[in-house]
Design a protein around this ligand. Structure first.
Ligand code: NFE
Ligand code: MG
Length: 571
């Protein structure tokens, strides 16, 4: 029996520590701890609710814009404010662009090196790599000379003794299974994706003035005018620029990401039975196709799946069933730490009781994380692309169902393979394709509205606090790239009385609840094989498949004891 700590887990956003107990080469227990606290919910108290989105958006530097969206929706919900159609479309386009950029970055820059051995790519035959590339996709960057140039670039890095961004990998680990040519192809796409992601996100610059942290949200709509007759607004020229960007984004997803995903997955089918997790899935759903505010209007449906049961329609979701526990978190609740609180009654009272760094292990019988523990109807829930694709699948949504079916058929595995590390990673890719297919449509609808003189972008009817009730409360749901995101706001006398964000990584990375039930990261690591305790590559595979973001999920970093990754082993 050995216990290891990985701290910090890298190629994620923020500070995550994992403690894992290993017996006979397999994980038998796991604890997930966020080692950073930020307190953004406290920053929001007392402010004008119309300003909340500007602050809430700073919860993260990765998923940024979804916090602005959840925030304006929460305030609109509290005050009964509706938005014009153009605002709905612009919000959809912004969010969809974010999914596509974020998922591609995750696959290539945060997750691929768990499966792709950079050092092995140095021994690839560039001509055979070109053959492989041409056999899986019509992507034009496919010549032997191109792959030779990529290989030379990596050799120069390696020759200088500096692998740069590829330093510190577990190269040569026995769990790497790709042939050298597949490794070289993936490395080429890692580098291409760095340039590609900078282009697609220009849609954010067009609609939001910049990225990250877009500037054009407003309670009641958006602050970017739509007007074909001026240079300062969304006009025909900007629409066609966005269409060009959407077209090349879709090409990259279709011709690079999806073929790579399937090619890599075909070597790692054993990961279709590892990393399953809690088996419950929650999706708030998103991308309204109309302005009626109904769950039925959502392109990605809302629903809850229990015990991996996708044979029937997902259950309905009510925000009232969400609660957060702090039994194992470094917070206290005024009424005691055993009961969960609904976010309207939520409290953010930090109370660190953990060890002072440097320390060996956390006392996981007590409090051990800055993450709270969200539960839905008292159950742990996995959120994210897998949850969304499963809910869409179970709801019988045609396109998601077809994409999931196609992937399963290509890999020769059954639907049970979805409940795994591989399923999580595959679902993210399929969702990216689904969204890349949608993007052009919303840009087209915006153009059509403009053509027919529908230029409204903001509904100012209830803009003035004088028209608000003395007290109001509201909730805003979105689906952030990493999963279900909710903001809850209570407004009193025109100011924020309480603000709570319950975030995807808080759901997935949560510590145990009051009953001792593990969160999704913790549960998914059970039974994971670990070949080498000093190089826990397999653990990274599963935890990376969730795409952790601790910045979002804890919303003070202790500078003491700062180290570059520490793998600590006690045998
Ligand atoms: Ni900071 Fe986030 C997303 C949100 S987090 S990345 O997606 O909301 O879990
Ligand atoms: Mg919170």
């Amino acid at each position: 029996m050995a216990k290891i700590a990985i701290d910090p887990v890298t190629r994620i956003e923020g500070h995550l520590r994992l403690e894992v107990q290993v017996e006979n080469g397999k994980v038998v227990d796991a604890w997930s701890s966020s080692t950073m606290f930020r307190g953004m919910e406290l920053v929001l108290k007392g402010r004008d609710p119309r300003d909340a989105w500007v602050f809430a958006q700073r919860i993260c530097g990765v998923c940024t814009t979804v916090h602005a969206l959840a925030s304006v929706r929460a305030v609109e919900n509290a005050l009964g404010i509706t938005i014009p159609d153009n605002a709905r479309l612009i919000r959809n386009i912004i969010e969809c662009t974010q999914y596509i950029q974020d998922h591609v970055i995750h696959f290539y820059h945060l997750h691929a090196l768990d499966w792709v051995d950079i050092v092995s790519s140095l021994s690839a035959d560039p001509a055979k790599t070109a053959e492989l590339q041409q056999s899986i996709s019509p992507w034009p960057k496919a010549s032997p000379a191109y792959f030779k140039a990529v290989q030379d670039r990596i050799k120069t890095f390696a020759g200088s003794g500096q692998l740069g961004p590829f330093n510190n990998g577990y190269w040569g680990h026995p769990a790497y299974k790709l042939p050298p040519e597949a490794n070289l192809m993936a490395v080429a796409h890692y580098l291409e994706a760095l340039d590609w992601q900078r282009e697609i996100v220009k849609i954010h610059a067009i609609l939001g003035a910049k990225n990250p942290h877009l500037q054009t949200y407003l309670v009641g709509g958006m602050a970017i005018p739509v007007d074909p007759s001026t240079q300062q607004a969304i006009n025909d020229q900007r629409i066609s620029r966005m269409k060009d960007l959407a077209k090349s984004a879709k090409e990259f997803v279709e011709q690079v990401y999806i073929p790579d995903l399937l090619a890599v997955a075909s070597f790692y089918k054993d990961w279709a039975s590892i990393g399953g997790g809690v088996g419950n899935f929650l999706a708030y759903g998103d991308y309204p196709q109309s302005n009626d505010g109904s769950p039925e209007s959502l392109l990605l449906p809302r629903g809850v799946i229990l015990n991996k049961d996708i044979s029937q329609a997902p259950g309905a979701v009510s925000h009232e069933k969400v609660s957060e526990y702090v039994t194992h978190s470094w917070y206290t609740y005024a009424g005691g730490d055993e009961a969960g609180l609904h976010p309207f009654q939520g409290e953010t009272a930090p109370s660190y009781t953990g060890p002072k760094p440097p320390y060996d292990f956390l006392d996981t019988d007590t409090k051990y994380s800055w993450l709270k523990t969200p539960r839905y109807d008292d159950q742990p829930m996995e959120v994210g692309p897998l949850a969304r694709m499963l809910v869409a699948y179970a709801a019988g949504k045609e396109r998601p169902k077809a994409l999931v079916g196609l992937a399963l058929k290509t890999l020769g595995v059954g639907p049970e393979a979805l409940f795994s590390t591989l399923g999580r990673t595959a679902a993210r890719g399929l969702e990216t394709l689904l969204m890349a297919e949608q993007l052009m449509g919303w840009i087209g609808e915006l153009k059509d509205n403009m053509g027919s003189g529908k230029l409204a972008i903001h509904n100012g009817e209830k803009w003035s606090p004088g028209s608000w009730p003395a007290e109001a409360e509201g909730w805003g749901f979105t689906e952030a790239p990493r999963g279900a995101l909710g903001h809850w706001v209570r407004i009193k006398d025109g100011k924020i009385a309480n603000y709570q964000a319950v975030v995807p990584t808080t759901w997935n990375g949560s510590p145990r609840d009051a009953k001792g039930v593990r969160g999704p990261y913790e549960a998914s690591l059970i039974d994971t094989p670990v070949a080498d305790l000093e190089q826990p590559l397999e653990i990274l595979r599963t935890v990376h498949s969730f795409d952790p973001c601790m910045a979002c999920s804890v919303h003070i970093v202790n500078a003491r004891g700062a180290e570059v990754t520490r793998i600590q082993v006690v045998k």
